[in-house]
Design a protein around this ligand. Structure first.
Ligand SMILES: Nc1ncnc2c1ncn2[C@@H]1O[C@H](COP(=O)(O)OP(=O)(O)OP(=O)(O)O)[C@@H](O)[C@H]1O
Length: 811
């Protein structure tokens, strides 16, 4: 892979302290970070103790980077192989494992006995702490066991931000939490009794936990930071922080501490705030880098080209976030620019049960194996429990699969991968299935109270964005029972209902938007909801005009008369005939019976060509013999009533053919195309040629006659306007020259002709059209039809009246 210019510039930038690389999903941030290591190693690591550190956020990403790295090494003749071998110079680790190392060093040095707690213990101790503190803050209703999850989250946040005194907490900007501003609930207002109470709660919680010999993850980080601070000097000459938008304040401070400033050292923050999916992250919430002591003016680089996904997937993902002001108002927001790589639009499916979703996954993955390996397919869900149950379902359906375990992720094993949305960050797969995009799951309204809604929305919107932007080629999204509002808000224009089919997913149209209502007997029926959606699809997506759709179309089956829900009709040879039959069922009621019904209607009508059956969830397209097809044909121009008069003109002057079409309702609108090249020709329609009558009339001697009928032609097609006439062909004698009965020939009035010319000749006072061939004193007049014998005449007995310079026929 060849880096683009901006990427190469970043990789090869001379180190100069702190810098930031911000970029959109798939723009090569991680790629750049990886390549930067070997550049720094080769050019800016001269001293014995020089060490380069690449920090990633989670373990799966770490495994993935190592896997990518290995691929790079294989591709580029093992140029990068040394990277993982020379552990003394380069470390690629997760932030958590690095901080854990410092934490253990800390407790060993101070001889402390503290163990990491777990969620259950945290929660138990929090309830205890609330009981201790609650009575002191009777006005703050929020300090109550029923808000224990919220309070635990806030206490964790205080620890993650290293806020050590109540005065700082009273003042701090609580981005992402309701704070009383702009009509939001007075929840975490500055200098409030509530903030004082929460701070005391945090201290009590920490004490109670410590008494039991435990500490939280965030407290461990605080101790790791203390350990790094007391060491008094950094260890790493170059620090590269991937996904830095996800780190907490303490984690960022820690990395600053272990960074060793030298004349040639560097600390590089790689970030995309659009992908900030953790509530406790510091920079991802729009806080400036100055809040961690770095001024990034003139020190940031942008990568905006998305190389990973197709234009269709990128567009759908981007519309999800483009109207979220908390995302796009962020100073570090970068609008993606698209590379010209096209593919299938994302597919959206809705299911009424989890089992149906699993059945779909099994069937679809089996079909996908024609084009993809299992290892290239990944199923992603918000919650781990969903992943686990789907994994079981797939295995019993015979699909080899495995849950991507962060520490021992094997990206090469030929098994379909399953992973949570949080863990797929930074990774990519050719095919992604985002499943269970359900109301209540994403955004998760079960864990948070209403006041938090706005913040959770944004967070989960970004999470879905991250998931969508993991797909290289194909993206599937699905919901069970109730789709998340994120799906409902999406423009269905960007989505399709199934692979290789143009049908957009079902959407309910309000009665006021219904079409063809004069043909509907019960506007309120449940079937009508599905029928109206399909009408709109046939009209908007497939291009069939509403005028050609007939509802309740009668079909005679022996003695019985049935009525098809929608018949799409077309014009064929000037006649209206049925082309597609559509059977619709009530939403989600199944299509098995309707499929049989449709087949029998197709059989009963000998003219209809295609069928479609749907209940808004499932859809089957078929041809008239019942054979299943991926899709229905779109409407073609020839299916519509003719609005143009089309003629073919053969110009005998240069033997070129032209197609000439004139609007029926405005003969001044004429379009001429060169038949051979198919290109439009810009001729000036200037010449008015009189249409005299049929060939037998010959070409008049006098030019002063006014004729009623006139043809307008380009001047390029005639020799001289005043000498040109048009005649209608009456016989078939020139048939092999392509001139048939009814065609119109354009004649230039002249008395002479050359060998091979088609002429209008007068013989015995009658005009005839023949091919001219002089033979000494006589002339041979030939027909282009073996039925007619050549006519030999003496020169003086033949009068040449004109030469045919072109002819026109109806198309
Ligand atoms: N210059 C390039 N030419 C072709 N492909 C590229 C280029 N740069 C990156 N890619 C490819 O684009 C994909 C995304 O790259 P990478 O994972 O580094 O992006 P990222 O910015 O870290 O993405 P994200 O933030 O979404 O995880 C990878 O498959 C990578 O190989």
């Amino acid at each position: 892979m060849k880096l683009n210019m901006e990427q190469r510039r970043i990789v090869e930038l001379e180190p100069n302290g702190h810098m930031m690389v911000k970029g959109v999903a798939g723009s090569g941030k991680t790629t750049v970070a990886i390549r930067r290591i070997s550049f720094l190693q080769n050019h800016y690591s001269h001293e014995e103790d020089d060490t380069i550190l690449l920090v990633t956020y989670n373990k799966t990403l770490l495994q993935y980077i190592k896997y990518q790295y290995q691929k790079l090494a294989d591709e580029e003749q093992e140029k990068y192989e040394q990277l993982f071998a020379k552990e003394s110079e380069v470390e690629i680790v997760t932030i958590d494992s690095l901080m854990y190392k410092y934490f253990t060093q800390h407790i060993r040095r101070l001889n402390l006995s503290l163990k990491p707690s777990n969620n259950m213990l945290d929660h138990k101790v929090m309830i205890k702490a609330i009981h201790h503190v609650q009575h002191k803050y009777p006005k703050s209703k929020i300090i109550s066991p029923k808000n224990s999850l919220f309070l635990l989250d806030e206490v964790t946040w205080i620890n993650a931000c290293q806020i050590e005194d109540v005065a700082t907490y009273q003042q701090i900007d609580r981005t992402g939490r309701a704070s009383g501003g702009s009509g939001a609930p007075q929840k975490l207002s500055r200098n409030s009794d509530l903030r004082a109470g929460i701070f005391e709660l945090m201290e009590t919680f920490n004490e109670l936990l410590a008494k039991e010999g435990y500490l939280t993850f965030k407290q461990m980080n605080l101790l790791a930071l203390q350990e790094a601070q007391q060491m008094n000097h950094g260890k790493y000459t170059h620090v590269i922080i991937d996904e830095s938008q996800d780190l907490t304040k303490v984690q960022l401070e820690f990395l600053k501490c272990i960074y060793q400033e030298k004349a040639y050292s560097s600390i590089m923050f790689v970030a995309d705030n659009t992908q900030s999916i953790y509530s406790q992250s510091w920079l991802g919430k729009g806080r400036p880098y100055t809040s961690i002591g770095y001024d990034m003016s003139g020190k940031s680089r942008i990568l905006s080209k998305n190389y990973r996904t197709t234009t269709e997937i990128s567009k759908a993902a981007y519309q999800l976030i483009e109207n979220d002001s908390s995302i796009n108002a962020n100073v570090d927001f970068v609008k993606p620019s698209l590379i010209d790589r096209h593919g299938h639009p994302p597919i959206y499916r809705f299911f009424t049960s989890s089992q149906n979703q699993i059945n779909f996954l099994i069937k679809e993955i089996q079909t996908l194996t024609n084009d993809y390996r299992y290892a290239e397919i990944c199923i992603v869900a918000k919650e781990k429990r969903i992943i686990e149950s789907v994994s079981q379902g797939l295995q019993s359906g015979g699909i080899a699969c495995e849950i991507l375990q962060s520490s021992e992720a094997n990206f090469e094993s030929d098994k379909v991968k399953l992973v949570t949305m949080h863990s797929i960050k930074g990774l990519e797969f050719k095919v992604i299935f985002l499943i269970d995009l359900n109301e209540g799951v994403i955004p998760n309204t079960r864990l948070y109270d209403l006041d938090e809604e706005e913040m959770m929305d944004s967070e989960d919107r970004k999470l879905l964005y991250v998931g969508m932007t993991r797909a290289n080629e194909l993206l599937y999204m699905s919901s069970v029972n109730k789709p998340t509002k994120f799906i409902k808000e999406m423009n269905m224009e960007y989505l399709r209902m199934q692979r290789d089919c143009q049908l957009r997913p079902f959407q309910s149209i309000g009665i006021q938007g219904y079409e063809l209502t004069n043909q509907v007997t019960d506007l309120n029926s449940k079937e009508e909801v599905v029928r109206q959606w399909l009408i709109r699809e046939l009209y908007q997506t497939y291009g069939y005009p509403l005028d050609l759709l007939e509802l309740e179309f009668p079909v005679q089956q022996f003695s019985k008369k049935g009525y098809i829900d929608i018949a799409v009709q077309i014009y064929a040879k000037g006649e209206i005939v049925p082309y597609i039959f559509a059977e619709v069922k009530r939403f989600g009621s199944g299509i098995q019976d309707a499929t049989q019904q449709l087949k029998s209607y197709l059989e009963a009508n000998s003219r209809v060509r295609y069928g479609i059956v749907t209940d808004g969830i499932d859809v089957i397209c078929m041809d008239r013999s019942g054979e299943v097809l991926n899709d229905l044909p779109k409407c073609q121009p020839q299916f519509l009533p003719e609005t143009k008069n089309r003629k073919l003109y053969v110009n005998l002057k240069n033997n070129k053919k032209y197609s000439m079409s004139t609007e029926l309702d405005n003969e001044n609108i004429v379009e001429i195309t060169d038949v051979e090249s198919g290109l439009l020709v810009n001729f000036d329609m200037k010449c008015k040629i009189p249409l005299i009558g049929d060939v037998a009339a010959g070409v008049p001697i006098s030019i002063n006659i006014v004729y009623d009928s006139v043809l307008t032609l380009p001047k390029e097609w005639v020799v001289s306007e005043s000498n040109s006439f048009a005649l209608i062909v009456t016989g078939d004698s020139m048939k092999d020259a392509g001139i048939d009965k009814g065609d119109v020939v354009i004649v230039n009035r002249q008395q002479s002709a050359s060998n091979g010319d088609i002429v209008i000749a007068i013989i015995d006072e009658e005009a005839t059209m023949k091919k001219f061939m002089p033979m000494g004193d006589s002339i041979l007049l030939l027909s282009e039809n073996p039925k007619y014998e050549p006519i030999q005449m003496k020169k003086e007995d033949v009068l040449i009246n004109g030469k045919v310079i072109g002819f026109m026929k109806n198309q």
